[in-house]
Design a protein around this ligand. Structure first.
Ligand code: NDP
Ligand code: TDO
Length: 255
């Protein structure tokens, strides 16, 4: 049995992986919450690895509140950057390979065609900067890593744009959604299948993975409501019209 230790396991990606884990009977998954393994503590990482002796670590632990990160820079960097450093150091110590998730938000969104893994990141918000720093720590410390950048992850689990739209539709008859940020919604379960196929191939490195559809958040919202048969008026708005303190990339299609 190959043992996979999953950090941040109560989040969206952890729940998505749990939902398909029985399809991989040759793997034993150890799902650890933030209480059971706190990535900001090297000692906590060490203790969890000693207790569970994993072969592979899936680092799903992250600070993902893009808005709040602007006010909580230290906490965001603590989890997304130093957390990665701790996980990478621990993987190194115990000879464990690492799968880490990163984001389209490492790019500035100024490009007009899909971002390749060879393109230089240039984050424009705190969340993106903290995620990029995390990537760098892993790349400096390890060789046996898979860093998978993905985008606009949605599912029926936890916090994501789809669930936000469905929740808002319970109390609103109209909603305004930005129509000038272009990206690719990606199903969380599909990310899990991609990761499981990656570890089968043993080719370490940096990857981009995303859903097939290229659209705006407005387009995505309209299709969510259509699929769920929900009648609600959706107004397309510009990023400037959406009241937010955070800048998001205008175009973050991963290639
Ligand atoms: N959601 C998206 O659209 C995208 C996500 N990603 C990346 O995918 C990964 C998973 O994201 P997703 O599942 O959606 O995020 P979630 O926010 O749903 O889950 C993150 C999990 O990390 C946990 N966590 C927070 N702080 C710590 C800590 N100090 N130690 C251990 N665990 C901690 C949280 O636990 P608790 O709730 O207890 O704090 C939560 O369960 C992240 O790396 C994210 O950057 C990449 C692209 C898009
Ligand atoms: C709730 C809401 C959001 N929006 C806009 C704000 C933003 O531009 C866009 C998406 O909003 P959210 O806050 O759901 O998404 P956000 O948290 O910015 O999404 C990002 O999360 C991180 C974790 C990632 O890694 C990214 O890939 C991306 O998925 O929709 C509206 O226009 N109207 C609304 O009612």
């Amino acid at each position: 049995m190959i043992k996979i230790l999953v950090t941040g396991a109560n989040g969206q990606m952890g729940q998505a992986l749990r939902s398909i884990s029985s399809e991989f009977p040759t793997f034993e998954f150890i799902f650890l919450s933030s209480q059971e393994l706190d990535v900001t503590s090297l000692e906590s990482c060490d203790n969890a690895f000693v207790k569970n002796s994993p072969d592979i670590c899936f680092n799903f632990a992250a600070y993902t509140n893009v808005e709040k990160a602007e006010d909580e820079e230290e906490i965001a960097f603590g989890v997304n950057a130093l957390g990665c450093k701790n996980i990478a150091k621990t993987c190194l110590k115990f000879d464990v390979s690492l799968v880490h998730l990163s984001t389209d938000f490492v790019f500035d969104g100024e490009k007009k065609e899909p971002y390749l893994i060879t393109d230089s990141p240039n984050p424009i918000n705190v969340y993106g900067a903290s995620k990029l720093k995390g990537e760098h720590y892993i790349q400096e410390l390890m060789t046996n890593y898979y860093i998978v950048r993905t985008s606009w992850v949605y599912s029926n689990f936890g916090h994501n744009f789809k669930n936000t739209m469905l929740r808002l539709s319970e109390t609103k008859s109209e909603i305004s959604v930005v129509d000038d940020q272009i990206g690719c919604p990606t199903n969380a379960v599909d990310v899990c299948y991609f990761i499981m196929s990656l570890i089968d191939k043993h080719v370490f490195g940096l990857y981009h993975f995303r859903g097939d559809r290229i659209c705006s958040w407005y387009d995505f919202a309209v299709s969510i409501f259509k699929e769920e048969n929900i009648t609600i008026k959706v107004h397309p708005i510009s990023s400037e019209e959406y009241s937010s303190k955070v800048k998001r990339p205008r175009y973050s299609v991963l290639g």
